[in-house]
Structure formats: C-alpha cells, structure tokens
Write a protein of this length. Structure first.
Length: 179
C-alpha cells in the first residue's frame, strides 16, 4: 500500500509540475535483466477497501477476450487472452459506465508487479463505454499460458510502446487523485 501511495503522490506531483511548465518528471527504472518472482495470485482492491484475490484457476474460469498487439519489447505481433480489467474492477465496486463522471474521473488504478514496477491508468482509459482500446489482464500469450512473466500480465492495445504493461502482475489498487 505504501508503494501505491508513493505512485499516486508522484503522479500528482507530475501533473502539478506539468501544469506549471516544468519539464522534469520523476520516473521509475525497470530492470528486466534481473529475474522477477513470478506472480501466483492477483489482488484487486477497491476504493472502499473491498478486495478480492484471484488464483490462476479462478481467473481461468472468467470470461476471456483475445487481443492482438505488437510488442515493442519482443518486436513481434502477439495474441494475448485475458479478462477485461473493467470486468475485474466491477467486482470491487469501481465506478464505471454511467457512474464514471464528474469528480469520479479523477479515479484510476495502480497496477503493480512482483518486481515493484507500477503503472497508473485513469479509469476512463479502462472503461469500454468511454475508451475504444482494450486493457486486459492476460493469462496467456499466443495460446500458451504465461510462464516467465508470471500468471498475470497487464496488456493494453492502445500503447505505442508497452511501457505500461506490467509483467508478473500481482496487485491492482483503485485510487483517487485529489487536485
């Protein structure tokens, strides 16, 4: 949870800095050369503290969607299958669809991997009623279960580069940014 608070604070500082004309924004580094601990479960936490933890077996039973993307890391077209993140967020009461308006548009998620790599998405980027791209939590790529990237990986079809994809995904936390 401390990591989530740190990411929200950095996001808010980045927005404040950009709004005042600053050009320096804090960034985290990612070291894929070190082996990461594979994810074995996924915890999703809502704004009100409601949370669910999903095992790979439970996840496999959920409705899946397949997306085709170009992965800039592997320089290859890949086909991922997984669950729409909006469907997972609905299970913890995240405001979506007609409920995502006004101040609720300041709501987002922090997705974290076992290597402590974290990314931030606005809920509006994840809600199919507002955004045309798909963001899924994948459990397979090219018809094979994920292996080296853990049981779960966050994948977005609208990224020019997969910088906000999270391998070894272990936690998704719904957060609100205060202006």
């Amino acid at each position: 949870m401390k990591r989530a608070a740190f990411l929200v604070m950095n996001f808010a500082l980045a927005i404040l800095a950009c709004s005042r004309g600053a050009t320096t924004v804090l960034a985290q580094t990612m070291d894929h050369s070190r082996p990461a601990v594979p994810s074995t479960q996924l915890k999703i936490q809502g704004l009100d503290g409601k949370s669910i933890t999903v095992s790979p077996e439970q996840f496999a039973a959920l409705p899946h969607k397949t997306v085709s993307v170009f992965n800039g890391h592997t320089q290859a077209n890949e086909k991922y299958s997984g669950v729409l993140i909006a469907d997972l967020l609905a299970k913890v009461g995240a405001p979506l669809g007609g409920n995502l308006r006004g101040n609720r548009l300041l709501t987002g998620i922090i997705a974290e991997g076992t290597d402590n790599y974290g990314v931030l998405y606005a809920l509006a980027e994840l809600d199919p009623s507002l955004h045309t791209g798909d963001v899924i939590v994948a459990d397979s790529v090219d018809d094979h279960k994920l292996e080296k990237n853990g049981a779960f990986q966050l994948v977005s079809t609208e990224e020019k580069h997969p910088a906000r994809w999270v391998r070894n995904l272990t936690a998704i936390t719904v957060v609100t940014v205060k202006p």
